[in-house]
Design a protein around this ligand. Structure first.
Ligand code: TTP
Ligand code: MG
Length: 360
């Protein structure tokens, strides 16, 4: 076997296609080929929540994740709108991760539907391509779901590559092809470049990753300070971060949009209790304990505020979850009417309470 050289890593990134919607279509096969939207109830266009995700057929109408569901209804009233069924998605996700884990390469799950594998020991890209075929077939046969895969020498480029040809895509970016692959892409394709950085780059006349890679570094330093060096490195696809073998999700969150904006503290605290109960059930399903809790509120007019706190110990005690959420909410709340409220837990450790089955 070719010795594993850390300068020539091969990283695989897998991301499931239209994940929640695909799980629903697999569950109800007569939905195949139809526009399917998973999210809040559209209520004939009067619904106030958002779209979680939608099938590629629904994307053809312009529907996207996080769009108000009322807008989705306007774009495609005959779409099939379904409420999310998180336990179904958690189960499918566990199935995907089990298949990936069976290859015994370091596996890092980064969200419910995506993961990195460090496949460097495979040694060459032809082997990597055949492994991809095997993984896609196993996921399709066992779970009836499709995914997209990127393979590259870094996590950064592998993640951009998995998104390049969706759905059911495979994009392999060998070391010599990195710059050519990245050059024409909009800067926003770099994970971590959000709206603010994008706007600052636009102001310098930088739209593509290639333009960023070739821009005068002194001017970049003038605008971004120390961040300029990182921007230059990522624009060249340079990223040494390792695949950290750990399982589990980064966070679990639940949120709800009110029928009408409310400033009733009772109603808001009751909503928090229900969300806390749902998050607690998800933690129990996943055998996880959390340390960081975040409360999010969206006020009338879409201004959103969040507040987080890390507890001194890991916990999955439902009463602690509720009371910390209440406290954070009270610190955040200024009496204005609220449209949406949500809670998120993160910084997990695996609980050690899993009951092992005795062999007798
Ligand atoms: P994504 O991988 O971002 O989206 P996706 O799998 O639905 O579609 P794609 O083929 O483009 O990868 O997110 C995974 C799941 O996370 C998605 O199925 C639903 C959920 N999700 C939300 O609930 N809200 C959101 O805003 C996003 C982006 C995702
Ligand atoms: Mg996905």
């Amino acid at each position: 076997m070719v010795p594993h050289d850390s300068r020539q890593r091969m990283i695989l990134h897998l991301d499931m296609d239209s994940f929640y919607a695909s799980v629903e279509v697999h569950h109800q096969p007569d939905l195949a080929g139809k526009p399917v939207v998973v999210g809040a109830d559209p209520k004939q266009g009067k619904g106030r929540g958002v779209v979680s995700t939608c099938s590629y057929e629904a994307r053809a109408f312009g529907i996207r994740s996080a769009m108000p569901v009322s807008q989705a209804f306007f774009l495609c009233p005959h779409a099939i709108f379904l409420p999310p069924d998180f336990s179904r998605y958690t189960k499918a996700s566990a199935g995907v991760m089990e298949i990936l884990g069976s290859y015994a390469y370091p596996l890092e799950q980064v969200s419910i539907d995506e993961a990195f594998l460090d496949i460097s020991p495979l040694g060459n890209y032809d082997e990597a391509r055949s492994l991809t075929g095997e993984i896609k077939t196993a996921i399709y046969r066992q779970l009836g779901l499709s995914c997209s895969i990127g393979i590259a020498p870094s996590k950064l480029v592998a993640k951009i590559a998995s998104d390049f040809k969706k759905p059911d895509g495979l994009t392999v970016v060998e070391p010599a092809a990195i710059q050519e692959f990245l050059d024409p892409m909009p800067v926003r394709k770099i994970p971590g470049i959000g709206k603010k950085t994008e706007t600052a780059l636009f102001e310098l006349g930088i739209r593509t990753i290639g333009e960023l890679a070739r821009y005068d570094i002194q001017v970049l330093i003038g605008t971004f300070g120390r961040g300029a060096v990182l921007l230059r490195l990522v624009s060249m696809g340079i990223d040494d971060s390792e695949v950290i073998a750990r399982d589990g999700m980064k966070s679990i969150s639940r949120e709800t949009t009110f029928e009408t904006d409310t400033d009733s503290t009772d109603a808001l605290l009751r909503a928090i209790d229900i969300l806390a109960e749902e998050v607690h059930a998800a933690l129990a399903d996943e055998q996880l304990r959390f340390r960081t809790l975040t409360v999010k509120v969206r006020f009338q007019g879409f201004v959103t505020k969040t507040k987080s706190r890390s507890l001194p110990h890991y916990s999955r005690d439902p009463a602690a979850l509720r009371s910390h959420a209440h406290n954070l909410f009270r610190e955040l709340y200024d009496g204005r009417k609220i449209r949406l409220i949500g809670i998120r837990v993160s910084s997990f450790e695996k609980s050690d309470v899993r009951q092992t089955t005795l062999p007798f």
